[in-house]
Structure formats: structure tokens, C-alpha cells
Design a protein around this ligand. Structure first.
Ligand code: NAD
Length: 303
């Protein structure tokens, strides 16, 4: 009983988002003349990327979206990739464009991301939108840090993760007086996470591979977000009693099992709330891609 109450179940929260998004799409599609459209661009045959894209396509359909699939071999030229992005930019029925990263070697992902129309940037990774994030006014938030915030909102809400919960109505947590520590400074997770936490009034520290005394810093955190990609980096000794622990890491071990950056077994004894891997941040990243596409669609069809 105690364990389930502690676990922040991202899979279940994501499923509630899918249902709420689907309801909204059902309600508004007829009035707006068409459903949201999501273009998913995959290059190469990286098995993890293929699996992510398959899941995203499946969930998009479940939410009632129309999907546009672009699959290119690893040898595609930068020009062909840019042409596909331009086509998505021009296609009126496409509201969101997702370019699955990482791209195979030889392709310039910075240039490709910058070619996406910022008002169709479903992943929130266009440089303009990243700049607007710093000002607190982006059209959408990057999916993984946004998903982390939804889990934090739930953790501090006192609301039970029950079927009747409408996650689109979940109140933003006020993190005034809370100290959040992020481990990892990537452009995809750690850096954008700073601004989301600041918008929620948290006091934020960010650690990375050059940080001295990681344990001391982490053990002061009321909210600890691990996004380093190092299995077992965070143990019980890094965790303050009662902290909320969010594990973004997804690491595949030699035996094929997936594990996070946090040593779950020892960490949950000290945490007040903790995400599992798998089933924590991963499904929330996909749900936030749908959330972003819904928002971009609503903006485009009502403007
Ligand atoms: P990255 O390699 O770009 O960045 C890792 C960051 O961790 C760097 O800033 C580095 O300085 C820091 N770091 C590395 N070793 C460290 C150490 N020993 N101590 C402190 N900091 C250290 O990775 P990323 O793209 O940000 O991804 C991080 C992890 O999150 C990976 O496991 C990735 O698979 C996972 N991820 C999960 C999702 C999801 O949806 N759950 C989404 C994106 C990334």
C-alpha cells in the first residue's frame, strides 16, 4: 500500500492525458473541420528510435489525430530531409512536426530543427521557442521537462491518481520555498527544466559531470530530477528524507533490462514520491507530445 502511494505512475497519468485529449479532439473536431495532424519524421533504423516512433504514432491515433509518416533511410541527404520538413510546414493539415532524434551521423540536426516552422514545433526544440521558454512565453514546452512538471504537479497536488482525474485540469504546483536539483544539463532535458521549475517558483540548482560533491548538493533537494544517463548514479545517500524523486534516465543494461539513473530500491525508502523506470517519465514524454500537438492545433484552427 505504502509503495503504490509513493510511486508516481507516469503510465497511468499518461493514459489519463490520452483520454482527456481524445475527448477534447472528439468535441472540437467537427466544429473546427478537421482533427489535429502530427507529422513524424524518422531517419535510419536505430531500434530505440523506431520503437519510440511506433509508440508515438499509435498514441496519436488513439488521441484521434491524423498522422503523417516520413521514413527515410540513414543515407538520406540533408537536402531531402529539409524538403520533407518544408512540405510539412506547407501542409495545412499538419499542426505538429516531430523530428525523431538522434539523427544518423552526417546529418545536421540543428539545421533540421531550425527548419521546422516554430508554430508547428511539437517538441519545443526550435531555437526561437527555446528562447521564448527563457522568457516564460513559449507556444509549447519541450516534452520531457513538461512531462516531469506534470508529475511534480501531481506529487504536490494531494490528488489521487484515479480514473476520474482530468489531468488537463490539474493545478500547477506552487514550489515556493522548495529547492529543486537537476542532475544533467542537456539541451533536451536539464536546461529547459530550469525554466519550467522557475515558473513554478522553485529555487533551482543544476549539476552535471563537472560538479564537485554531487552527493552533498542532491541531499539538500526537496525535488531531485536525475537526467544524466548513468545507471544507479543516485542512491539513497543522495536523497533527503521525504524528497520527490524524478528519474528521467533510460539506460539499457547488458542483459537488456531498462533502468533509470536512480537506484530505485534504496531511493523509495527515503523519497515521499518517486517515478519508476520504465513507466515514469517515458510515457509522460509521449503524452506531452500529444498535449503540445493539441495546443498547436487549437491555436491554428482558431486563428
Ligand atoms: P545527455 O548525454 O545529452 O546529457 C547528460 C547530462 O548528464 C550531461 O549534462 C552530463 O554533464 C550529465 N552527467 C553525465 N554523467 C554525470 C555524472 N556522473 N554526474 C553528474 N552529471 C552527469 O543526455 P540526455 O539526452 O539529457 O538524456 C539523459 C538521460 O535521460 C538518458 O538516460 C536518456 O536516455 C534519458 N532521456 C529520457 C527521456 C524520457 O522520455 N524519459 C527523454 C530524454 C532523455
Amino acid at each position: 500500500m505504502e509503495i503504490t502511494e509513493k510511486i508516481l505512475d507516469g503510465k497511468q497519468l499518461a493514459a489519463l492525458f490520452h483520454r482527456a485529449i481524445q475527448n477534447r479532439v472528439d468535441k472540437l473536431s467537427a466544429e473546427k473541420g478537421r482533427p489535429p495532424g502530427l507529422a513524424v519524421i524518422l531517419v535510419g533504423d536505430n531500434p530505440a528510435s523506431r520503437a519510440y516512433v511506433k509508440t508515438k504514432g499509435k498514441v496519436a491515433k488513439k488521441c484521434g489525430f491524423k498522422t503523417f509518416d516520413y521514413n527515410f533511410p540513414a543515407g538520406v541527404s540533408q537536402q531531402e530531409l529539409l524538403s520533407a520538413i518544408h512540405e510539412c510546414n506547407r501542409t495545412d493539415e499538419v499542426d505538429g512536426i516531430l523530428l525523431q532524434l538522434p539523427l544518423p551521423e552526417g546529418l545536421n540536426s540543428e539545421e533540421a530543427l531550425s527548419a521546422i516552422n516554430p508554430s508547428k514545433d511539437a517538441d519545443g526544440l526550435h531555437p526561437l521557442n527555446q528562447g521564448l521558454l527563457m522568457r516564460g512565453k513559449p507556444p509549447v514546452y519541450p516534452c520531457t521537462p513538461f512531462g516531469v512538471m506534470k508529475l511534480i504537479d501531481l506529487a504536490f497536488s494531494g490528488v489521487a491518481l484515479a480514473p476520474e482525474l482530468d489531468p488537463l485540469e490539474l493545478k500547477e504546483a506552487d514550489l515556493s520555498g522548495k529547492h529543486a536539483v537537476i542532475v544533467g544539463r542537456s539541451i533536451l532535458v536539464g536546461k529547459p527544466q530550469i525554466f519550467l521549475l522557475l515558473e513554478h517558483n522553485a529555487t533551482v540548482s543544476i549539476a552535471h559531470s563537472r560538479t564537485a560533491n554531487l552527493k552533498e548538493l542532491c541531499s539538500k533537494a526537496d525535488i531531485l530530477i536525475a537526467a544524466a544517463g548513468v545507471p544507479g548514479l543516485i542512491g539513497a545517500e543522495h536523497i533527503k528524507q521525504g524528497a520527490v524523486v524524478i528519474d528521467v534516465g533510460i539506460n539499457r543494461l547488458e542483459d537488456g533490462t531498462l533502468t533509470g539513473d536512480v537506484d530505485f530500491e534504496s531511493a523509495y525508502l527515503k523519497a515521499s514520491k518517486i517515478t519508476p523506470v520504465p513507466g515514469g517519465v517515458g510515457p509522460m514524454t509521449v503524452a506531452m507530445l500529444m498535449h503540445n500537438t493539441l495546443s498547436l492545433w487549437e491555436r491554428r484552427v482558431s486563428s
